[in-house]
Design a protein around this ligand. Structure first.
Ligand code: SIN
Length: 551
């Protein structure tokens, strides 16, 4: 049996930096954590991020951020919709925090400078997405919500003198002290020789999603699950990785086209668009009382079922009724993307198919973002707070990153007290150093391994799964483990992380012999009472994964 790496192969650190808190990742979760710490303390925060500061998934978020902001709405109604979408596996206490703290957190985002779309009378313009029974999705720039939130938070973080930002910094592993507590990270920073050690009293992993584990995804190239893989290697428990949400309406660019694909926001259906098959039939009618606005897992399954039944590789989204003017004003980003692809959505149907979009599971944390490793905190898509259960409700992801990033900051403020004496960080800056040199042979191997992982996962652990496919997928991943380069460059480390994530995901998907939320087993098509619980996965010191069912 080939074992997974328990530490990424790297030279011993040749340089060290110190901070009170290290935040890894610069989406809404990481930025919110860092900013809250900077607003309320003198703690020195080192925020490191793998690519450019805005390269992560937050900038790509279209639909918006969900919160009970409308006059007739209430956190309890938001709670009910979230629990329904989560298919029995949400942690109700975590969801309660999310929906109660959400409205104030969104208002604070506005106060920080995020410019959300307004109605004629100056109120927030709210729309609807799948699974919501009310209009409660706040949006910005029409369909550029994530980009606007990212812009506002980045501006504030770069202004905060207590936060040092280092871009192009690849975190390899979590450092632990003798007691096993997180004490920093090892990292490679472009433009700096050797491996570094960033030491701190607390580490916050806000590294985002794992979508690149599949060949077709809405996630940007940086979403390779580095934080989740590093947490596994540090001994943390990872929960419910089998629940990968496939977004129903991703523009279909042709068979065999891989990598990040253009999302067509659920808000497009929220504003009245509907799905049809190649025969023109509105197949969501009768599937669910909310029809095209059913929760995401139900729509994705219906699309996949229809594609399978009719032997086609996509269905169609009809939003012609919007006309060019509404397309241009309400969905300018999607409109520009589609027209650049030669599709005029005001006159033509849009070809769409499901693609991997969001990990509802992740590093298991408590209500304050604490993982099972002392000193290691996690928020955003890398975490599993329990708010998403088996299937995340639309537009709850930005809210999750925002609310739980703030909660981690509040916890650290209480736990760490003031700053400790250590070298003063340099002021916040954006760096664009040259890339780390890589060996061509290594890069070719890493690229090929990554490509094979994505294809194995798409084929055997995609929207529909069964025992034989998952067993074949697990065997193929084991083979790939033996091909990992011995002295990898950054591409090799990403491939190792993807392999770790893929193996853990397949292990959980194999164990869960039922269909629930985003996990669809063809050989176990029903929800089963005995599976009303979670699958926790750990990586042992010998490189083997163990997956355990927790009631
Ligand atoms: C979308 O705009 O459809 C995506 C929103 C989300 O993932 O919650």
């Amino acid at each position: 049996m080939n074992r997974l790496p328990t530490q990424l192969p790297a030279a011993a650190p040749s340089w060290t930096v110190h901070a009170d808190v290290i935040v890894v990742g610069s989406g809404i979760a990481g930025l919110s954590t860092a900013l809250q710490l900077a607003r309320h303390s003198q703690l020195r925060v080192l925020l490191v991020t793998k690519g450019g500061i805005d390269a992560g998934s937050t900038s790509w978020a279209q639909g918006g951020i969900a919160a009970a902001l409308a006059a007739g709405d209430s956190p309890d109604e938001h709670l009910a919709d979230t629990l329904t979408a989560g298919a029995g596996l949400c942690d109700a206490d975590a969801v309660r925090l999310l929906v109660r703290e959400g409205p104030a957190a969104v208002r604070d985002l506005l106060a920080l400078g995020a410019r959300f779309d307004r109605t004629g009378d100056g109120g927030l313009s709210l729309t609807r997405e799948g699974g919501h029974r009310r209009d409660r999705i706040a949006h910005a720039g029409g369909d550029a919500t994530g980009a606007e939130i990212e812009r506002a938070l980045v501006t504030r973080v770069l202004d905060a003198s207590a936060v040092e930002v280092v871009e192009n910094a690849f975190v390899l592993d979590v450092l632990r002290d003798r007691s096993g507590a997180a004490a920093g990270v090892t990292l490679r920073v472009q433009g700096r020789d050797g491996v570094g050690a960033a030491r701190a009293r607390a580490v916050v992993l806000a590294t985002g999603g794992i979508g690149q584990v599949y060949s077709v995804t809405t996630n940007p190239p940086v979403a390779t699950g580095d934080g989740v893989a590093a947490a596994l290697r540090a001994g943390a428990v990872v929960r419910d990785l089998e629940f990968i949400q496939f977004h129903p309406t991703v523009a279909f660019l042709g068979a065999g086209v891989s990598g990040q694909q253009p999302l067509v926001s659920e808000a497009v259906r929220g504003e009245g668009a509907f799905l049809v098959d190649d025969d023109g039939t509105r197949f969501m009618v009768g599937v669910h009382e909310l029809a095209d606005l059913a929760p995401r897992d139900i729509v994705a399954k219906a699309i996949f079922g229809r594609m399978r039944a009719r032997g086609v590789d996509h269905v169609w989204l009809d939003a012609r009724a919007f006309g060019a003017s509404k397309w241009r004003t309400r969905f300018p980003t999607i409109y520009a993307t589609l027209t650049a692809l030669g599709i005029d959505p005001a006159r033509e149907l849009i070809p769409v198919a499901p693609a991997s979009h969001y990990a509802s599971g992740g590093i298991r944390v408590d209500l304050d973002g604490r993982s099972s490793v002392p000193g290691l905190y996690t928020c955003g898509e890398a975490s599993c707070t329990g708010v998403h259960g088996a299937n995340r409700l639309a537009s709850n992801s930005l809210l999750d990153g925002l609310v739980f990033g703030r909660r981690i900051a509040a916890t650290l403020l209480a736990e760490l007290g003031g700053p400790e004496a250590a070298p003063k960080p340099e002021p916040a800056r954006r760096s664009s150093p040259p890339p780390v040199p890589s060996s061509r042979a290594n890069a070719a191997t890493a690229e090929s391994i990554r490509d094979q992982i994505e294809r194995v996962m798409a084929r055997h652990a995609g929207v529909v799964r069964d025992h034989d496919g998952l067993a074949a997928g697990a065997a193929a991943l084991r083979e790939l483990a033996s091909a990992l380069p011995a002295s990898p460059d950054l591409a090799g480390w990403e491939a190792a992380n993807l392999l770790t994530i893929a193996t853990a995901l397949v292990s959980a998907a194999s164990a869960r012999t039922e269909t629930r939320g985003a996990h669809w087993r063809d050989d176990f098509p029903d929800r089963r009472e005995q599976w009303l619980g979670h699958l926790d996965t750990v990586l042992g010191p010998d490189g083997t994964l163990t997956t355990e069912f927790i009631k």
